[in-house]
Design a protein around this ligand. Structure first.
Ligand code: FES
Length: 157
């Protein structure tokens, strides 16, 4: 079945089983490989994308459920004002180790900073709790989010 999607600001069509998870429609149907397969049950966060600005798990979301929603992936973050700041800080602080989980971490962090530009440690813990990192880069992730928040507030001043 053909589905018209809005991916990274562009119209896209995928012809797939309605139950196919969005992750596979993106990766196999559209060649968008930033979102990663981790657990397949929405428990690790490696597949995180934005759906209408919310961080969602694309591995456990059927493509038929997207409807008119706007999907953004890590591929679009370089041209997103907040996503760009987050990515730059991630590089500056050398957050990634193996890197596998990091697209999902950045997507969740960016969604957090968009709704809460000045998060507390507790806000960060809560927002990021569903994004696992086998390399345990959690301290650098927290530092990067705090630094990104400081840069966002500098820009607003
Ligand atoms: Fe390796 Fe997170 S950087 S899993």
């Amino acid at each position: 079945m053909a589905f018209k999607l809005d991916i990274n600001g562009k119209a896209a069509v995928v012809d797939v089983d309605p139950e196919m998870p969005l992750l596979w429609a993106l990766r196999d149907g559209l060649g968008i490989r930033g979102p990663k397969f981790g657990c397949g049950i929405g428990a690790c966060g490696a597949c995180t994308v934005h759906l209408d600005g919310e961080a969602v798990r694309s591995c456990s979301m059927p493509v038929s459920s997207i409807e008119q929603g706007k999907v953004m992936t890590i591929e679009a973050m370089a041209s997103d004002p907040i996503g760009r700041i987050v990515q730059d800080v991630w590089v500056e602080l050398d957050v990634a180790q193996c890197g596998y989980c990091q697209p999902g971490q950045i997507m969740t962090a960016t969604a957090l900073l968009k709704r809460q530009p000045n998060p507390s440690d507790a806000d960060i813990d809560e927002a990021m709790s569903g994004n696992l990192c086998r390399c345990a880069t959690y301290r650098r992730i927290r530092a990067a989010i705090l630094q990104a928040a400081a840069k966002i507030s500098e820009k607003k001043a």
